[in-house]
Design a protein around this ligand. Sequence first.
Ligand SMILES: [Zn+2]
Length: 248
Amino acid sequence: MTPQLQQLIDMSRTLADPRDDLVILGEGNTSVRADPDSFWVKASGTELAQADQSTFVRVQFDGILAALNQKSLDDQAVKQALRDATVEGDRSPSIETFLHALCLQLDGIEFVGHTHPTAALSLLSVAQSRELFSGSVFPDQIVLLGASYVYVPYTDPGLPLAHAVQQRLKEFLDRHQRVPRVVLLENHGVIALGGSTQEVINITRMLVKTCRILLGTLAGGGPRFLTPENVDRIDKRPDELARRADLR
Ligand SMILES: [Zn+2]
């Protein structure tokens, strides 16, 4: 087994720890870049909590990205594309493989963790959820998660969701000129993007903490966001930049 696959198995089991309430049963999926041409991704019908070598399949970027470039594919064609792109493993790749391929194309992103944390899904199901994620409420939120997120309105899972994420990722990159750490999926869940397994775990945990804090603020009338000056200062402070580098 390659070191990346072992790391992916460990990360998946950590994310599925019931104490953290991030996923149950078959929820969530994870991936790691295997080499320049392919990546390991969770197979459909498997559970992160039971992750082992047989949980993952290796697929080629080319086939997945080519399918993604088609405007629309019927279910049969999607299944065929997933099968054709698989180069290692017996099972069929998760329907969210398209989304993982996109995320792993981003500069510096080696691992991706998609989960459905109860606290995050609560907040992402609030009518005004987009506004609640439009600011930052405490310094460590900014250090770990960055000052802004990719926010994707609810979209049918699979290829349609991957298309929506692709569009929003492009808008984020154009606007912020940096790679996001967090993708928020309305009424669905979250995606943490990291250069290491620890970074994916740290981002996911800090995001869940942020969501709990935001839920707490709703009881008191809603969040008071840090000012853009406050946010900018934390985002660019040399000691915070050093801390961010250490955490990675
Ligand atoms: Zn999901």
